[in-house]
Structures are given as C-alpha cells and as structure tokens.
Design a protein around this ligand. Structure first.
Ligand code: MRU
Length: 414
C-alpha cells in the first residue's frame, strides 16, 4: 500500500495503493505441481523475474533442489521430499522384495532429512512414513490372497507386475506409501486454511476488538510458495484480507536470502493484497510509526515449551514487538511441532554459505577478507510469543502447546 510518511514522531497513515482492496487473482500460485508419477517445482531462485517449473524425477534431485533452495519453507521441503520418493516408487524403484523396498524407503527418507536440518517437517514425515512402511512389511506373512482381499476392489491395484523373486504384495506397499505422500499435500492445504481462519479471528479479537482494520507485519515467506497452498502466517494475512479487515501488511526484506523482497512481496502483488516492503532494520521503526497491530511469522520447528525456530531475524522482531506491546504470533501446522525437544536450545540451526551475505546476485558487496556468520534461523523464546501459536487445531499459548498437541503429534500420518 502507499504510505504517507509520518510527521516526525507521529504515527503514519496507511492508504491502499495500487494493490487495490480486496481483489484476488483467479490463478493460484503453486510451488508444487504433482500428479501421480510426475512432480514439478517452481524454481524459487528465479522469482520474481522468471516463473519456471522444473521436473523432479528422483529423491536425489529433490535433495539438490531443497539444498539449493529452489524450493524452501518447512512444509514445502517435506512435501517435495516425500513426493519425490512417490515419483521414484511409481517408476518402479525399490526392491525387488519387501525388505529391500522398506530399506529403500527408509534410506531415501533419511537422505532427504539431511538436505536442511532445522525444519522438522521432513524429519517427522520421514519417521512416520518409514514406520508405516515397516508396519506394512510386518504383515509380510500375509498370503497374496489375503493382501488382495484387503485392498481390492479399489484403485490400489499393483503398479507393476511383481518380480518372480520378490514377494507378490510389494506393489501394494509401494501404493500405500505413494498414497500417504499424496494425502500430505491435501492435508497441508486444508491445515493452512484452518490456520488462516483461526489466526485471523484470534488476531482480530485481540488487536481490534472494537472492529476496524489491522496492520500486520510478517517475516520471510510463509505463503503458497512455502506450502501446498494458501500459506501459514501469510495465510492469516490472506484470511484477514478476505474478511475485509486488513489495512496493510508489512513484509520484511529478509536478508540475506531476500525471501520477503523476492517471494512474499511477489505473492502480495500477485494476490493484490495491500502491502509494503521494508528492510529488516526498519521493523522497529515501522512498529513505532505505523501502529502495527500484530506480528505473525511462520515456524520451522516449535518445541515442547513453545520456543520456536524460524527465519533468522524473527527473534529481534519478537523483542521489538514486546517493547511496543504488539501481540506476536507464530503460525504453523502441527507437523512443524516437535514435542521430542524440550527447549529451543536443542534445535540444530542450519548455517549457510557466507557468500549469501557477501554477494548479491553474484556481485560482491562485502569487503574482501571479512569473516561471515550466516545462520539461516534463530530461536524465539516462548515468553516472547505473546499472541499465541496458531495451528490447524487451535490457537494456543506456548505453555498450552504440549497438552494441546500431545495426543495428536503421533505417528498417525496425514
Ligand atoms: O530458509 P527458508 O526460506 O526455508 O525459511 C523459511 C522460513 O523460515 C519459514 O518461515 C518457515 O519455513 C515456515 S514456511 C510456512
């Protein structure tokens, strides 16, 4: 939105800019295009200049795309990882034989987890899916007839003729794994819509109980590009906009990788959501001068006490929000919660190449010879998450999270 700058010391006025007020494009941004046997990702390194989809035909290709950040964002990393396995299985990989297939699935998933360590979604999906495969394999004693009886008549027909040497029911296990990963895609979209709606209503009750519009600040990219669609924190902003209650969103540039300037700004413009880009260093000033109603960010891992790892820079936003008395929300699906870790100190923080900081578009901007520290994430202590943790199951205070999710964060799968 177009901002009329504040008189010195005064709060600035926001007015809708060329983004318009509530218009929406009929086309939806898709980070991931999948149909059985085929996976494509939108190469986010090329955005916003180019929109180019790249085929991902194997687990190794997915690992490389995730590592290179062609696809990023905790839910999208897990989705692309698991769907790449589904594509390989559909093409006949794994086996011959049930034990070999289970080992193939387990090894592929363990490999995918190594691409980026902080976001828990891939690790959780890997654990759940490997367990599912192992449980299915335990039924190895079942006869071919029993297996056929269990699965037919339905779409779960074998995807290839079993080899004479391998157990006859191997293709059923493959199909089970494929369907599990496909369900992940649909569940993520569903969860994001719930997060958006629950979060929007909670935020409005807290920040604008008398009615009127709100100004929301967000960090990094948590939108359609980071998920199966709709987004988490950006989904909350999307829902506020749909309700006609969003005055404007601020998105931070998100140095050094610029997910805010390149991706979130792109999504806001694309969806015609009124928004303003600021450098990370301007967030506290924006809070002071423009009356930010709430800060909403995503998460890569929320642990049992509510401490949250998210894109580096989140922690300082939470501190600034607390100083200004602004509610600070984390929006994340329960699949981003890791109740196995007690506090944020246990979270492994990915460190990325120094070149991301010293160079912009391949051009060196930092003085040669300078040392660089480039953590991709930081941990926001739970006591700074003053608005709540918005999940698809409800909005919880950090202290309530464990009890609220304890029963649901299991090995059930999507
Ligand atoms: O390094 P990135 O771009 O993968 O970091 C993304 C974030 O930190 C997001 O906030 C988080 O993954 C949630 S995306 C819904």
């Amino acid at each position: 939105c177009a901002l009329s700058g504040p008189a010195s010391g005064a709060r600035g006025q926001l007015s809708p800019g060329s983004g318009g007020d509530r218009g929406c494009n009929s086309m939806t941004l898709e980070a991931i295009r999948y149909s059985r046997g085929s996976l494509q990702i939108l190469d986010q390194l090329l955005l916003p200049q180019q929109s180019h989809y790249e085929a991902v035909g194997s687990v190794r290709q997915a690992w490389e795309a995730i590592r290179a950040m062609k696809v990023r964002g905790a839910p999208a990393i897990a989705l692309v990882g698991c769907l790449s396995l589904a594509v390989e299985l559909q093409a006949g990989a794994g086996g011959p034989g049930l034990a070999a297939l289970v080992a193939f699935v387990r090894d592929a998933l363990s490999f995918l987890v190594t691409a980026r360590p902080t976001a828990v979604n891939m690790a959780r999906a890997a654990r759940d899916l490997a367990d599912l495969a192992a449980q299915e394999a335990e039924r190895e004693g079942a006869t071919e007839e029993a297996v056929r009886e269990r699965y037919s008549p339905c779409s779960l027909t074998p995807t290839r003729v079993p080899s004479a040497s391998g157990p006859l029911h191997t293709p059923f296990l493959q199909t089970r794994v494929i369907r599990w990963t496909e369900d992940m895609l649909a569940k993520d979209l569903r969860d994001n819509r719930s997060i958006g709606d629950l979060g929007a209503h909670h935020l409005l009750e807290r920040a604008a109980p008398q009615g009127g519009k709100v100004i929301v600040l967000t960090h990094c990219n948590t939108g359609a590009l980071a998920t199966a669609g709709y987004g988490t924190a950006l989904g909350v902003i999307r829902s506020l906009h749909s309700l006609g209650r969003l005055e404007c969103a601020f998105c931070t540039e998100t140095r050094p990788y610029n997910q805010g300037a390149r991706l979130t700004a792109f999504e806001f413009v694309y969806e015609q959501i009124p928004a303003t880009l600021i450098a990370d260093s301007m967030a506290a000033a924006a809070m002071a001068h423009y009356g930010v109603s709430a800060v909403v960010v995503g998460a890569d891992r929320v642990v049992a006490n509510g401490d949250t790892a998210n894109k580096v820079g989140t922690y300082q936003l939470a501190i600034a929000a607390k100083h200004h008395g602004i509610p600070f929300y984390v929006a994340a699906p329960s699949s981003s919660c890791d109740l196995h870790l007690k506090t944020g100190q246990e979270i492994i923080i990915e460190e990325r190449p120094g070149q991301e900081l010293t160079h912009v578009n391949g051009v060196r901007i930092a003085a040669p010879g300078i040392g660089v520290w480039n953590p991709a994430f930081d941990v926001t202590p739970h006591d700074l998450i003053t608005g709540g943790i918005i999940t698809e199951l409800g909005v919880f205070a950090p202290a309530e999270l464990r009890a609220a999710l304890g029963a649901t964060v299991t090995l059930d799968g999507p």
